[in-house]
Design a protein around this ligand. Structure first.
Ligand code: F6P
Length: 459
């Protein structure tokens, strides 16, 4: 191959530039040119196919900095409709004109779904990313555990998870962890630590909502911030137990910090805050309000008197507050763990294309003997028998629903990722850059301005 393309699709993560960087460094070694398509599949669907040459003369452009968060080539949640033959032909024709012989899509489960129609036109591989850590399998053949039945409210099917293996070895996991996850946990844990002292001072109960959709991996990792209680979407809310635990902790220490994943569900399995849910262009449910609904439940169940009796607050409303970590957990500089492994996965994706692989995924594996290593797997292994990719859920064995904390297995899972996840450089960078007096004098200079000057279009 002489020239390949790369695009970043879906929600951004802090490690996308690191993945692109790893791909470009590997491509340089093989004298392969890399074209970055602008704004994910949106760039391919645009007849002028806006793109940037990322390694002219086989040297990466200076804007491609693996420590920079986000993606210099932009991202979107737009995908190619497999039934749209005209769009597929147009993409095939455009890429042929540009001399593109293979494509790397950096993305999550939505992107893996989205790239399938393209694999019939030319070689396409996926380099994984997602802060949600939901692109992967807890163990091989996990997709076989899905069943389906006709949906009641709309045409189509409802997919139901039948059984779940109760135990598995961590070395069985396919894609142990996805780039972006470690940084989002870092930001979330830091936020929780900072909320704690204000909750302590004002005798308050803080509910901190973290992202992750229906997957509780980010909430699980937030245990590093030492919240008192963690609620994950995989385990239905037990309101009575929660109220009892909150009272126990509040009576003892006069403050409580609760972390909830944005996709947590009530006793009936209904998402909290789902009444205001909408969907994004990729059909993903946009969740809002889990923490707010949880707050309402606690306000009702604890009542004003509980706080007034002890003179700790004037009302339950005043004592219980919510905060979303929000998009700060998806933005900014990636921490060392993410940068390093994202770059390796980018390099692996290039190797896969050069080895003739198509419709395959670069994966990050872990074993006690080898630590983290990269490998590849056919994309079909991620599909259920109807060809659907289901986001990976946090395995129930990683969570202790009584203590509302990670279980022993959950702690074993987290340790390999986070024990050396931060480097001295991460800390030093903060020390040197945050209070740089230049920040006060210079306006922010966006990389988009520089990349904009490098964008080329198909004639
Ligand atoms: O999938 C990544 C993610 O950050 C989810 O955790 C979250 O629910 C969603 O994207 C938010 O999407 P958006 O940035 O489009 O609001």
């Amino acid at each position: 191959m002489k020239r390949i393309g790369i695009l970043t699709a879906g929600g951004d993560t802090p490690a996308l530039n690191a993945t692109i960087y790893g791909a470009v460094v590997e491509a340089n070694k093989h004298r392969v040119e890399v074209c970055g398509f602008i704004k994910g599949f949106n760039g391919l669907l645009n007849p002028s196919m806006p793109h940037v040459r990322l390694n002219p003369l086989f040297t990466e452009i200076p804007e491609l900095d693996p420590t920079r968060g986000g993606t210099i080539i932009g991202a979107s949640r737009q995908y190619v409709d497999p039934g749209d033959k005209k769009a597929l032909e147009q993409i095939g024709g455009g890429l042929a004109k540009l001399g593109i012989e293979g494509l790397i899509c950096v993305g999550g489960d939505g992107t893996l779904n989205g790239l399938l129609p393209l694999t019939e036109l030319f070689p396409v591989v996926l380099a994984p990313k997602t802060i949600d850590n939901d692109l992967g399998l807890n163990y091989m053949n996990e997709p076989d555990e899905w069943a389906r039945e006709p949906a009641k409210s709309a045409p189509g099917y409802r997919y139901i998870r039948t059984v779940s293996r109760t135990t598995f070895h961590l070395e069985d996991m396919v894609n142990y962890v996805t780039p972006g996850y470690a940084t989002s946990v870092f930001v979330s844990a830091w936020g929780i630590i900072r909320v704690r002292t204000t909750a302590e001072s004002h005798r308050r109960i803080a509910i901190v909502e973290v992202m992750g959709r229906q997957s509780g991996y980010i909430a699980l990792g937030s245990a590093y911030g030492q919240p008192d209680l963690i609620l994950v979407p995989e385990c239905r809310l037990n309101t009575d137990l929660l109220v009892e635990r909150v009272k126990e902790i509040y009576n003892l220490q006069k403050n409580v910090v609760i972390v909830c994943g944005e996709g947590i569900v009530d006793e009936r399995g209904e998402e909290l805050g789902a009444s205001h849910a909408t969907t994004d262009p990729a059909g993903n449910v946009i969740l809002s309000g889990a923490a707010d609904e949880l707050r309402q439940i606690l306000i009702q169940r604890l009542g004003d008197e509980y706080f007034q009796k002890s003179r700790r607050a004037s009302s339950a409303e005043a004592a219980i507050f919510t905060r979303k970590i929000g998009h700060t957990q998806r933005g900014g500089r990636p921490i060392h763990f993410d940068r390093f492994h994202a770059a390796r996965l980018g390099g692996k994706a290039v190797e896969m294309l050069l080895a003739g692989e198509n419709n395959a995924v670069a994966i990050l594996q872990w074993s006690g003997g080898q630590g983290f290593y990269v490998d590849s797997m056919p994309a079909n292994r991620f599909l259920d028998r109807w060809g659907v990719i289901h986001p990976r859920k946090m395995h129930p064995s990683f969570y202790d629903p009584e203590r509302m904390k990670p279980s022993e297995a959950g702690i074993d899972y987290l340790l390999p990722i986070f024990t050396n996840a931060l480097s001295a450089d991460d800390v030093e960078n903060l020390r040197c850059t945050l209070f740089d007096s230049g920040n006060l004098l210079q306006p922010y200079h966006s990389v988009n301005t520089d990349i904009g000057k490098l964008i080329r279009h198909l004639e």
